[in-house]
Design a protein around this ligand. Structure first.
Ligand code: MRU
Length: 375
């Protein structure tokens, strides 16, 4: 993607200093564009926990680069034990997105092909780069598949503007490039389809307002920011043609964990006969789980993220303000689960399928034997 005309990914190795990982510091956006250096495992863990990097695909890629930095740090006699420990530490940083454990598991498997710590360090670098490239490529393919859905709606509307509602940020900032929910939007916009995106602000951290609005603006995609509670009203008045979100974990039966509030959008969409699409790369599936409500771990974050808001003042400084009485307690769940029955279709890199075990296995037949939780 381009930022002020320059091509960027969200994570990369520093040119000329490939023992350093660089990221776009997402807690500074949209007010400042800052590139941040990550130099060791602890640094990567902090960046994931504090959401300098966030979004399912990107935290997977960050975890892969974290394993690479751990491999550079590890002492030879202790190499395998240190890397196993690094995977445990990375997996514990954020519990909901599948991509973290998927990436650390893939890194550990790749290292078994090395015969010495020296060889394993080289393999760690190659595998982390491969995971990042694959994430970008899968999102690009999601865009190609999803564009057809938008094109079909545009055809039915005889070229009138297609109104798309999205929640949170499943954009290129949440992946290595392109995004999942935004990839079809970018592809359709680039193909000349007239569209407009309703961007949910996405309290409490406002990833919609801060990140989705910023990246759509960078790409020139028409959009409007709306309060989180506005979507149902817009749907009742014919102002939404489709909803598309990303996901942090999808079970093999098609239940979708995504940013808190997604379930309410899915309910409103169903009540108004509006299709609800979920876009995800295969790294976000958890084929070992069936029932999302009982099995997907939901992250609970600090209450102060609900009690305080951060933003730019009229004078240009970034400040936080308290929005409730000082003693008011708060709770802060990061995600909710939308049952498969409310999801119209899933858009993956291999194509589009029903949100059901049969639909998902038709795209991923090699997962037929995946371990079952409660059936
Ligand atoms: O808490 P975050 O910002 O890491 O949450 C992830 C998200 O942005 C959304 O849930 C998104 O729709 C799925 S990630 C591609």
């Amino acid at each position: 993607m381009r930022v002020n005309g320059q091509a960027y990914r969200t994570i990369w190795l520093k040119p000329g200093a490939e023992h350093v990982v660089q990221i776009i510091n997402q807690v500074r956006l949209p007010h400042e564009f800052e590139v941040m250096d990550l130099t060791d495992l602890a640094h990567v863990c902090r960046a994931i926990r504090d959401m300098h990097v966030r979004g399912a695909g990107l935290i997977g890629a960050a975890a892969a680069f974290g394993m690479y930095l751990a491999a550079l740090q590890a002492n030879d006699p202790d190499f395998d034990r240190s890397l196993a420990q690094a995977a445990i530490e990375l997996n514990a940083c954020r519990p909901t997105a599948s991509n973290l454990a998927w990436a650390t598991g893939r890194m550990l498997r790749a290292l078994t092909a090395g015969n010495s710590p020296h060889e394993k360090r080289a393999l760690a670098k190659l595998e982390a780069l491969a995971i990042a490239d694959e994430d970008a490529e899968h999102c690009q393919r999601i865009g190609q598949h999803g564009q057809k859905i938008i094109a079909e709606i545009a055809r039915r509307k005889r070229g009138e503007v297609v109104n798309i509602l999205t929640h949170c940020n499943a954009g290129w900032l949440a992946f290595v490039d392109h995004g999942s929910a935004t990839a079809p939007i970018y592809a359709a916009h680039d193909a000349g389809i007239r569209l407009h995106v309703w961007v949910d602000e996405t309290r409490p951290r406002n990833q919609g307002a801060a990140l989705t609005a910023w990246e759509l603006g960078q790409h020139g995609v028409p959009h409007s920011l709306i309060a989180d509670n506005a979507g149902g009203h817009l749907m009742q008045h014919g102002l939404v043609d489709m909803v598309i979100t990303g996901s942090d974990r999808v079970t093999r039966k098609g239940d979708v964990a995504n940013k808190i509030g997604t379930y309410l959008k899915a309910l409103a969409a169903r009540d108004n006969h509006i299709p609800m699409y979920v876009a995800l790369p295969s790294s976000t599936f958890d084929f070992s789980l069936a029932d999302g409500l009982s099995s997907i771990p939901i992250e609970e974050r600090a209450p102060d993220e609900v009690r305080w808001l951060s933003g730019q003042t009229a004078q240009g400084t970034i400040e936080s303000v308290l929005i409730c009485p000082p003693a008011t307690p708060a709770r802060n769940w990061g995600f909710d689960v939308t049952p498969a029955r409310l999801v119209t279709q899933l858009i993956c890199e291999r194509g589009i399928c029903e949100a059901s075990e049969t639909g998902i296995l038709s795209l991923f037949p090699e997962q037929r034997g995946a371990v079952s939780d409660h059936g």
